[in-house]
Design a protein. Sequence first.
Length: 287
Amino acid sequence: MRDYISLTKPRITWLILMSTGVGYFFGLRGLTFSQIHWWALLHTIIGTGLIASGTAALNQWSEREADAKMRRTSDRPLPAGRLNANRALAFGIALAVVGFAELAWFVNVLSAVLGGATLVSYLFLYTPLKQRSWLSTTVGAFPGAMPPMIGFAAAAGTLTQPAWVLFAILFLWQFPHFYAIAWMYRDDYARAGIRMLPVVEPDGHSTARQIVLCASLLIPVSLAPGLVGMSGRIYLLGALALGAWFLYSGVRVASERSLLRARGVLLTSVFYLPLLYGLMLLDRPGL
């Protein structure tokens, strides 16, 4: 059972569900907490969690040979031989199908379609592209930014400006986060034939530039919730401070391209997103 749970990548799934929940709350159109349809929120979280878990399991199934070549992934259930590949495939498909049905039946069709599109684009565009081009990171950022859209659609039944603002924030956040991971494990990726940017350009200049560029762009984009009425002045000040902190970690890795500085970007990114979400919700008008 532990190995089946490992296939779902629970540490990543909790971040997906956090983003989905934030999207749901901003799709409520001014309702207070007492007016929230909690059963709908629960079904949204369960359905999205099942699709995300199924996607993770199917991704591990499709990348089991590459995972066997990397030190950090060689002990996963499939490359280590603890799980049968056919059973893992069936497990992933079952989770994804049940998650899609959960959203379509108990929430709405739009949220289910967005969840299905996330799975398809992640597995059939992003995953195979990793072996061919470092631009896979950009392609993967699109399904990676879908969770708040799913949550928003679940609550509102449509996609409006706030949904796209949340999408843009998560889209840009991913680049410093994943480029830092790519720099830290570039030797592993090279062994597996995965063409991440630090593998294609080993000196790290281009990776550092991408980190700084995307962290810079994230600052004005992260201020958008305060400018369009999703949050207030406290959020604006907090988002500006968090953005400066994130950018500072990127500038440090640009000036000193080392494992320590890359890890600093990764840790900053892990704290940045929940803190930003927390400020956004706490300073939301009407709640």
